[in-house]
Design a protein around this ligand. Structure first.
Ligand SMILES: Nc1ncnc2c1ncn2[C@@H]1O[C@H](COP(=O)(O)OP(=O)(O)OP(=O)(O)O)[C@@H](O)[C@H]1O
Ligand SMILES: [Mg+2]
Length: 247
């Protein structure tokens, strides 16, 4: 079982779009795949048409009041399951703060599933908190979508420093450019500079309205626009992620 966290300190950079499209491509390729929506916004859950089955499910899961297997739901796609999020996921930090071994919490909740799934994708909320510490420990790889702008790159550097200062394994960090706008010189300049950094994957996701349409279709791109350029970009990204992180 390989655990990929899709993460950025910054919000709105394409984490959820990447989580859903990569998870769908992973399942399509025959890897038994689980998405764990850790964000109280519940966007991944929305894209996969899932919602929590009991009240305060996210909170119950983290506080051992509910078994992880009871929280798993099948998605409409073969080989792809989801643990949906509800608004109670906003309490994750408070719950973890009061817990011993909180950094290992997500890893230990996931460990009974290690023979059930080939790939687990954690759709992380933005930020850097106790929950994120647990995400960084559980993940084999922390995959960061980055918009090639000054502030986005600054947040990437903050994360790298945070890993250094907290003795986290920096070799887990992999980045890819997201929402790239070819009309913007700044995007080209930033990408040129950071492609020298081995942490950045070659594949990137341009700014394309087909990605936004995932909200209208409530579905992964490959299901409603398989011949689009956007779907091709996610397929290329998936291939590179698979090669670097899975097999
Ligand atoms: N490559 C893209 N091109 C155009 N729009 C995009 C692209 N990627 C994501 N979007 C849109 O931008 C918005 C934010 O994307 P998304 O929800 O994937 O980001 P996020 O990092 O998960 O946000 P949050 O931090 O709120 O969880 C959504 O409306 C999404 O449809
Ligand atoms: Mg998101």
């Amino acid at each position: 079982m390989v655990i990929l966290a899709i993460y950025n300190l910054k919000g709105g950079v394409g984490k959820t779009a990447a989580s859903i499209n990569l998870a769908h491509l992973s399942a399509k390729e025959g890897f038994k795949t689980l998405v764990w929506d850790l964000d109280p916004q519940g966007s991944s859950s929305f894209y996969l048409g899932a919602s929590a089955s009991v009240k305060n499910e996210s909170k119950k899961l983290l506080s051992n009041e509910m078994d992880i297997t009871a929280a798993i739901q099948a998605s409409p796609y073969e080989g792809l399951d989801i643990i949906p999020a509800d608004i109670s996921a906003r309490q994750a930090d408070i719950l973890l703060n009061d817990m011993k071994q909180s950094k290992r919490k997500l890893a230990s909740l996931l460990s009974p599933l290690k023979n059930e799934y080939d790939v687990v994708i954690l759709d992380s909320p933005p930020g850097i908190s106790v929950l994120h510490d647990a995400i960084f420990v559980a993940a084999d790889w922390v995959l960061m979508p980055n918009i090639p702008t000054t502030l986005s790159i600054r947040s990437f550097e903050t994360v790298v420093d945070y890993f250094k200062e907290n003795d986290l394994d920096r070799s887990k960090l992999k980045c890819f450019f997201s929402m790239v706008d070819h009309r913007k010189n700044l995007h080209h300049e930033v990408m040129g500079e950071f492609y020298k950094d081995k942490v950045f994957l070659k594949s990137y996701i341009p700014y394309l309205s087909d990605v936004e349409k995932m909200g209208v279709h409530e579905a992964p791109l490959e299901t409603f626009a398989p011949s689009s350029y956007a779907a091709q970009c996610y397929r290329d990204l998936w291939k590179e992620v698979r090669k670097n992180c899975i097999q």
